[in-house]
Design a protein around this ligand. Structure first.
Ligand code: ZN
Length: 72
């Protein structure tokens, strides 16, 4: 198991990249971009902003996909 607790989120508005800690107990639905100050929300069908815009998805997805990560 290789769970990542920090992920870089790329703002969909200004492409600003920021390292965010992934909470272990909840999903982050909204974050405010530190650069353009706009609210970043998940794309339709994604559970949180990590799944939509980060290099690493949230913990729930990481754990689910653990078996198949070799194929990603
Ligand atoms: Zn931004």
């Amino acid at each position: 198991m290789n769970i990542v607790l920090e992920s870089t989120i790329k703002c969909p508005f200004c492409q600003f990249e920021e390292k965010i800690k992934i909470p272990e107990d909840k999903c982050i639905r909204t974050i405010i971009c530190n650069n353009c100050k706009r609210a970043i929300t998940p794309k339709e069908g994604d559970c949180c902003v990590f799944c939509s815009y980060a290099e690493v998805p949230c913990l729930a997805i990481q754990q689910e996909k653990d078996d198949s990560k070799l194929f990603l």
